[in-house]
Design a protein around this ligand. Sequence first.
Ligand code: MG
Length: 389
Amino acid sequence: MEITDVRTASIRGNFEWVLVRVYSDEGLIGLGECYWGAGVETVVRRMKRLLVGEDPQNIDWLYQKMVRGMSGAGSTGGTVMAAISGIELALWDLKGKALGTPIYNLLGGRYRERIQVYADCGHAEGPTPQAWAERAGQVVAQGFSALKFDIDCISPEQFGERDHVGAGRRGWVSGQQRPLAAAEMDLMVSLAGAVRDAVGPDVELALDCHWRYNPRDAITLAKELAPLRPKWLEDPTPPDNIEALKRVTDSSPVPICSGENHYTRHGFRTMITTQAVDIVQPDIPKAGGLLESKKIADLADLYYIPLAAHNVCSAIGTIAACHACAGMRNFTVLEFHAMDVPWWDDLVTADGPLIRDGYITLPDGPGLGCDLNEDVARAHLGEGATFFE
Ligand code: MG
């Protein structure tokens, strides 16, 4: 079997969902998805010259060929690694279809048949305990037993300025890093407390800081939040300095989770080997794909560090991630970030809702075990986007 073409389509969801198809001379087509990012489709198309004519089943070797082929163009991370990841996902779908088996069977088999997902609740409707409690109650009523809220971006000058549009938030994009005021911290505790009161002690509650704080403030915040027993505090400090993150982790009574800004096993190595996190959080269609994420999971497992996968993908990338998560011994939970996209699972051909009672049951058909619903995809194409042309 030989690869004959690589094409993309961009779907307008709550993020830009960049789908990838890898075509073969036997008529089989593999489907994947890249983490969004400026120019990612252009990078996928540039990668085509490295892939056409190759056997799509040699996935690990093709991954290395793409990394080496784009060396010097930023293949250690960013848009290039996101593009490589999306192609890698499509290669697994293609190989699974060729062999007539689900992807998880090709990645070592599965530890679990269902993948728990947590619902990302964002900032709710505003920084009030009532709004957060209402949002949490609605989500739990849908069957989720794990939630996450964005506890950052509630400083007084940002009240009413929740311009979360993917490019960042005011204040945050200004590049300022300022101390966390006592009033802000009190508000954070009251918001998280309102959620805990609304959902009870058994629902898991993660809190995301989006890299905003200095280590001392993060440690103080963790201590203030600890009585609420959060599942984790995410990205308390900027992603660049692992030693600063480790300082927080070593002193925090709440588990510290990070990793969505890191790429490949090399990018995660120091974070894991110095035990700078309690929970490691790669984004699978961004950090290198299914096999690279399995390698990151195995490295973390050497230190008994669990893995909670970051995820903002469409149902395509999410199901691909589920196949990888199924085979990770130390997997805990996968993110679901599309609570407000009612057609999220209409994008795939599957019977009934994809998420039931907070879990995704692994499809057991060949490859991903599902296909793209082209009518739904075409109805939500991004502005000026082409559809696998
Ligand atoms: Mg996050």
